[in-house]
Design a protein around this ligand. Sequence first.
Ligand code: ADP
Ligand code: ADP
Length: 225
Amino acid sequence: TGFLSIEKLSKTYEGPTTALADFSMEIGQGERWSVVGASGSGKSTLLRLMAGLEAQDQGAVFYRGERILHSGEKLVPGYDAIQLVKQDKGLYPHSTVAENISRPLLQYDKAYARERLDELLSLFGLEKKRDSLPRQLSGGQQQKVAIARAMSLEPEVLLLDEPFSSLDSHQKRTLLDELNLIFQDLAITLVLVTHDIQDALLITDKLCVMAHGKLMRKGEIKDIH
Ligand code: ADP
Ligand code: ADP
């Protein structure tokens, strides 16, 4: 069995709207994928199902041979291994940067949690912002806090849903350069949903093109682009 296998996923919402139609894909450990496609093509739905946040109608996602269960089911070991940063970031507005990032660490030993928080603040260059509230940060900094929080439990797979959508082009470029440096030295597997193939090129090397809930093309970005 592979690292991350998406097998014939289908999902239909009321309407009815088909968000995913028999979608299959294999993701190898450490691979960096971008997912592009028109609005409504099923990209966000795919990430939510991969993160176990929602139930598919048919098909399954397997992580290291184990089926990813959705939040209504009993969680499998290794569930923390796949983390999604949603488009709205979901930061707690009344909590500081440090509190936001360390929230998933509350269940762990205090010394470990403090050490991991310091590591993340340093990795993301947020040391000076540790006591700031999200609204006191730039859009790019907020995005870094959301990503740092998702990485607090040291996931093997990071799913990013349009992390640049609320940023202007300068902020976007800065964040892309920073993320590039951060991910460079990590073995983390990345799946980035974006609508801009230029962004895709900067931090990923594989591309999957979706339309109407289906996989249209996939391969190395340099071959497709
Ligand atoms: P994308 O991320 O590519 O824009 P989505 O996965 O968000 O696509 O949506 C795929 C389709 O499913 C769209 O037609 C969207 O309107 C629909 N959809 C997504 N989520 C829901 C939901 N919770 N309820 C109803 N329809 C939904
Ligand atoms: P999760 O389980 O995904 O961390 P929660 O159920 O704790 O989410 O919270 C759902 C949403 O409610 C969050 O995305 C956040 O926007 C908001 N929220 C939760 N706790 C707080 C808080 N302490 N301060 C501000 N907003 C919060």
